[in-house]
Design a binder for this molecule. Structure first.
Ligand code: ATP
Ligand code: MG
Ligand code: MG
Ligand code: MG
Length: 467
């Protein structure tokens, strides 16, 4: 049945409130936990309880948690289901109910409340978790061939090398049951994971021995945007009512229509839709753009928005207008985005103007490079020049290529790749120093932002010069 994003959120919270869970507010995107830069899951605010460092106020809780996962940045707009910013709905048991009850409620919610047909659902369990397998098969009644056993990577949770840990069980939606019993959960043209149940039942010691915990806990996460995709029968998370209005506002500014756009333009619109939500909530949670840690993530996200705006033909400033539509969409659930509207818009306007200046200087440089190249026999922009434009001035390679093409010249792509590789080697060497300032978390970020968008630490210094 069709439910709006906010109805799905409320339905989830009400369902668990009726079953004795206390509805708690989302924690800030800035976590109290020092081991991560941003809140990446609903369980984070409860980690001290799971670790036995703090007592729970109530044995059962439920939340809608705003999350940011920068490790998924490369997937944004490319898979149907990944965002940097998303909401994770969760139900939690602190030494109270366990596996059997968690599975039964997750199933009841999915099938009876959200109305998903059992024939469209597949579940996974941890390879060795015969108990979970038996509950799904014998008590819930799922045919054995629709219960997949998975390895540790996907279905075993631990927050560190030692401490509480346990197997997971996940529920997937099958968009194409007609394709038959040959089930490959990695096939994302057919399956989408939407609900993860973590059964925290062991303590792991330094030798890797697992001993059963006195207090068994439940930690779960259901992706709001993914459930919205399923219930709203749209082809991806981006076309749900949670995000699509933002995409439409960007498309309108660009003078284009999403549905009539080619795939590349759609990706840019999705990146804008995703990242604008992320930056609106980050600034609402008092993060400021800078060159370190969270501030660096914020700055990179804003710059990616600006760049993708230009890729789809937007000239001049536009982020504040698009942010307005993101604020309007989430103010009911997260009133702080409206309360902090002035700061959000000021921060965006300032960052965008500054970056546009850098881009304009890059355009001047590109003109010089094009003129110079046209004098040369090979009519090819060197890899190093293309890389400087990319690294220092934020020019995506595609943009340089497009402009070169208009001018009847080409770009040395191999040379660009080589320059990028050298840069990455330098960045690796630079990491140790950076580690000290942000507790190593930037490490992960650098790795994940790498790929096509990573601009390296040379940019940190060159940007610092600009500012
Ligand atoms: P996937 O395998 O699809 O990357 P995951 O296994 O990494 O997801 P979990 O860590 O199990 O995800 O998080 C719990 C739930 O949160 C997922 O089942 C999904 O519904 C949602 N979720 C996770 N990552 C994202 C994301 N990047 N964007 C949107 N929703 C997400
Ligand atoms: Mg993932
Ligand atoms: Mg997964
Ligand atoms: Mg998962």
């Amino acid at each position: 049945k069709f439910l709006s994003g906010s109805q799905i959120r409320q339905t989830f919270l009400d369902f668990y409130a009726q079953r004795g869970h206390k509805i708690l507010p989302s924690a800030s995107l800035v976590p109290e936990d020092p081991t991560v830069l941003l809140t990446i899951a609903g369980m984070l605010q409860f980690k001290p309880i799971f670790l036995g460092q703090r007592a729970a106020e109530s044995p059962r809780a439920t939340t809608s948690q705003k999350c940011i996962r920068t490790n998924d940045i490369e997937n944004v707009g490319r898979t149907a289901r990944h965002h940097t910013f998303f909401e994770m709905l969760g139900n939690f048991s602190f030494g109270d109910y366990f596996k059997k009850q968690a599975i039964a409620w997750a199933w009841e919610l999915s099938t009876e409340v959200f109305g998903l047909p059992a024939s469209n659902l597949v579940v996974s369990v941890f390879r060795e978790d015969d108990e979970a397998f038996a509950i799904w098969r014998d008590e819930i009644g799922i045919p054995g061939d629709r219960i997949q056993r998975m390895g540790e990577d996907d279905n075993f949770w631990q927050s560190g090398p030692t401490g509480p840990c346990g197997p997971c069980s996940e529920i997937y939606y099958d968009f194409h049951p007609e394709r038959g019993d040959n089930i490959d959960l990695e096939d994302d043209t057919r399956f989408i994971e939407f609900y993860n149940l973590v059964f925290m039942q062991y303590n792991k010691d330094a030798e890797g021995n697992l001993t059963p915990l006195q207090n068994q806990n439940i930690d779960t996460g259901l992706g709001l945007e993914r459930m919205a995709q399923i219930l709203q029968k749209v082809p991806n998370n981006y076309e749900t009512d949670l995000i699509f209005p933002i995409i439409q506002s960007a498309a309108e500014i660009a003078g284009i229509d999403y549905h009539n756009s080619d795939e590349k333009v759609k990706v840019s619109l999705k990146v804008i839709g995703d990242h604008i939500r992320a930056v609106v909530h980050m600034i609402a949670d008092e993060i400021r753009a800078s060159n370190v840690g969270r501030g660096y993530i914020l700055r990179r996200l804003i710059r990616r928005v600006v760049r993708h705006g230009r890729l789809i033909g937007i000239q001049g400033e536009f982020t504040v207008r698009v942010a307005e539509s993101a604020i309007a969409l989430s103010e009911a659930a997260y009133p702080n985005v409206r309360r902090r509207e002035a700061q959000i818009k000021a921060e965006l306007a300032r960052e965008e103007a500054q970056f546009l200046k850098t881009l304009e200087r890059g355009e001047k440089l590109l003109e010089e490079i094009v003129d110079r190249t046209k004098q040369q026999a090979n009519q090819q922009i060197s890899g190093q020049d293309a890389f400087t434009l990319y690294d220092t001035y934020g020019f995506p390679l595609e943009l340089t290529q497009e402009i070169a093409e208009e001018q009847g010249i080409t770009v040395d792509l191999d040379g660009f790749e080589r320059a990028m590789k050298e840069q990455q080697t330098r960045a690796k060497d630079a990491r140790q120093t950076i580690d000290l300032t942000v507790q190593g978390s930037l490490d992960k970020l650098a790795e994940t932002i790498q790929g096509t968008e990573f601009v390296g630490y040379a940019e940190l210094s060159s940007l610092a010069e600009v500012e």
